[in-house]
Write a protein that binds this ligand. Sequence first.
Ligand SMILES: C[S@@+](CC[C@H](N)C(=O)[O-])C[C@H]1O[C@@H](n2cnc3c(N)ncnc32)[C@H](O)[C@@H]1O
Length: 373
Amino acid sequence: MRVLVFPLDMDKVIGFIKNANALNIEVVGASSVMNNGDGFQIHAFHKLPFVTDAGFEAIFCELISTYSITHVYTPHGAVWSYLSNLKKKHVEHLPFSLCEPSPYNSDWLDLQPSYKWAECLLADDIVEQIELPGKVNVHKKLTKGQYASLHRQFLSISGQCDELKLLALSHIFRVLPKGDLVEIGSFSGRSAFAIGWLASVYKIGNLVSVDPWDNSKLEDQGEGAEILNKELNKGSEVIDLNKIFWSYIGAISLLNNAGYIKDISEKAIDDYTKASSVGFLDSPELGRISLTGKIAMLHIDGNHRYDYVCKDIDAWEPFVMPGGWVLLDDYVWAFGDGPKKTGDELLLTEKFDVAFTMSDTLFLRKCQQKGEV
Ligand SMILES: C[S@@+](CC[C@H](N)C(=O)[O-])C[C@H]1O[C@@H](n2cnc3c(N)ncnc32)[C@H](O)[C@@H]1O
């Protein structure tokens, strides 16, 4: 199998070539504007005239036969139509497969899961159906386009939260009081992006991500989590958390309501209280955000060992305001039971008046004081 990628000068080819290389498929690149394939991991480069040039057809047919091309990938809609017609014209001489569907259709199909997800969300009136004690302002749903864009953007960021959790997040943002949003454990920023964006459209408040992004500062997560300990902790050759920090910055920087504290949660609480007492937090890469010191939503997704989850709760939960929410990620977890044990203990307290699980997460709403919105 040998694939011709043409034109090489389009951004979409980067992901395609990466996947082809991962599968050990030989790639020949061609372009009508570039003079070489420097910077691309390709087997060979070939300059082609524009498809509108009279000589294109003969040169292209020659290239297909010289390199024994079996498949052609093009992300260019007009080039695709041209090649599709050319193939029909020379059925015998051009025995390559052209990528299907066409680039226009492919883009359209890529969008469909996001629209489907948005339609499911819009059809679900769970917020209207749950009885929320106290006086609660219920914000209206967003538009289909907004939800679809959120879904698309969320999935483009690597991370462990899934679309079911995004669904639950999208629902509970409609009933959040105004306050700070705190996430312990942000990794590449998938859940942080969703929390920050929803907080900004509903004008809830500003997001603080708490994460050391430093392998040497991480403690192990218990015996059951050996695989994760090896991947994440000091000396790991699999995940470099410093690089992950820059993935986080890349995911979050278009939000203007996000900041971070680069430390483990038990130390970061002091920075948070200091920042909220002066009213703002400065993050070198994201600038200044204001803070209230009252947490509308606390998402706990850091170290999942029981003693660490307990420490997170002890340090941060007192700042969660009445009517605010605590989310314990990985309440259902294959590598240990820290979040489950902590969550079950919290359920036995009388601090929370609504509790449900969705995806792997336990969602808890802190009891509201009488008359509070
Ligand atoms: C499961 S990942 C978070 C996933 C993220 N919420 C997402 O949406 O994909 C866990 C993160 O917790 C961080 N972490 C581990 N121990 C921590 C601690 N004690 N305090 C704060 N963050 C911690 C790790 O650096 C890692 O980035």
